[in-house]
Design a protein around this ligand. Structure first.
Ligand SMILES: [Zn+2]
Length: 373
């Protein structure tokens, strides 16, 4: 059965767009959970980085008066989604779905099959494709399906910039209402546990897809290779960068080139690689590509390892604590002690350490220069 995709509201996310290459998610072993409280309180909608909170002229590239940590927008990227997949493998796999419902029509991006077909089916796996979370769902063996496809289904979520998964051992037995609450989607399991998908802020971009094949989701079909896959080598990276006359920061964030890295981890990877975010991808020497590869793998693996065993509600705080330069303009670089600086764009900002990454020279911040004229 073909699935019609209603709309791709996340078009601004580089991961979305038409594509033809289907990707499969690399299977990765989750570490044994060390901390799984009986009741996991999800984070309340956290402070979201709104344009109003964006630093104005005068803060870019110099110490800010506000502590940087408060300004880190915790946008789920590869390590957080990987951790959510590991978490769901431990909590949801093997359980039967009672029902699933979305709060508004806009959350669900697919028409067919309907969410009602999920009732009575079993969650058999949880995977990640880039920044997409994938619940694998199968009919229970020996039980004929009441409606919908008889084979495998995938309930796929993209949390966008302000979405989150909140697990509850005692989930209310009523569907979410289309009101102003951050609750966007609810999936209840037989026995009463389950999860809510929440989204803070007014720009609702969280997306849920119910498909028979993950490649039916356009943002997944167009994903580049996964940087944590065993098959992703330094040569893979060299091939992806060759000939690209674009800045390395943008290349790392482009989901069609490399899957799963966003604004925060691209800052972290470049800091670990001691590389300017503005360096042209095509200009990297083989040694620089090798250094970038090592930095990318270690930064992402460390982030996944740090959050292994944490409950879904604790991942945001873990991400904030683990970042070295992202969102930390004005704070000392943990490596050299120089002041972390920032370059602002219309709806985002990057942070870097001049001593570690740009030979001590601050990068031009066009936005600031324009505003100061
Ligand atoms: Zn430094």
């Amino acid at each position: 059965m073909l699935v019609s995709v209603k709309q791709i509201s996340q078009a601004r996310d580089a991961g979305f767009g038409p594509g033809t290459v289907g990707k499969t998610c690399p299977a990765r072993d989750g570490r044994p959970a060390t901390h799984l409280p009986g009741t996991i309180a999800g984070n309340p909608p956290g402070p979201r980085r709104s344009p109003a909170a964006h630093p104005g002229p005068g803060t870019a590239g110099r110490p800010t008066h506000r502590p940087g940590q408060g300004r880190i927008g915790v946008v789920p990227e590869l390590p957080e989604v990987e951790s959510l997949a590991i978490f769901l493998r431990e909590r949801a796999v093997g359980q039967i779905i009672d029902w699933a419902a979305s709060a508004t029509f806009a959350v669900l991006k697919t028409y067919q099959p309907d969410l009602s077909v999920l009732t009575g089916r079993e969650i058999t796996g949880a995977a990640r494709h880039g920044k997409f979370l994938d619940l694998v769902i199968m009919p229970v063996a020996g039980v004929p399906v009441a409606s919908g496809p008889a084979g495998e289904l995938h309930l796929i979520t993209h949390l966008a910039r302000a979405g989150w998964l909140r697990w509850r051992d005692d989930l209310p037995d009523k569907p979410p209402r289309p009101d102003k609450s951050p609750l966007a989607f609810r999936l209840r399991l037989e026995g009463g546990s389950g999860f809510d998908l929440t989204e803070a802020g007014t720009r609702k971009r969280l997306a849920v897809y119910l498909v028979e094949d993950p490649a039916q989701v356009p943002g997944i079909a167009s994903l580049g290779p996964d940087p944590l896959a065993d098959s992703f080598t330094a040569e893979t990276l060299a091939g992806l960068l060759a000939g690209r006359r674009t800045q390395i920061k943008g290349v790392l964030r482009d989901q069609k080139i490399i899957a799963g890295i966003g604004n925060a981890y691209s800052d972290e990877v470049l800091h670990a690689a001691k590389m300017s975010p503005f360096k042209l991808a095509a200009s990297l020497t083989p040694d620089e590509v090798a250094g970038l590869y090592t930095a990318m793998r270690s930064s992402l693996k460390e982030a996944v390892a740090r959050s292994a065993g944490l409950a879904a509600g604790e991942l945001k705080a873990e991400k904030k604590a683990g970042l070295r330069v992202h969102g930390r303009a004005g704070e000392p670089c943990p490596v050299c002690g120089d002041t972390v600086r920032e370059v602002s764009f219309a709806d985002s900002a990057l942070q870097y350490c001049p001593t570690c990454q740009t030979g001590g020279k601050p990068l031009a911040d066009r936005r600031m220069s324009r505003l100061l004229k």
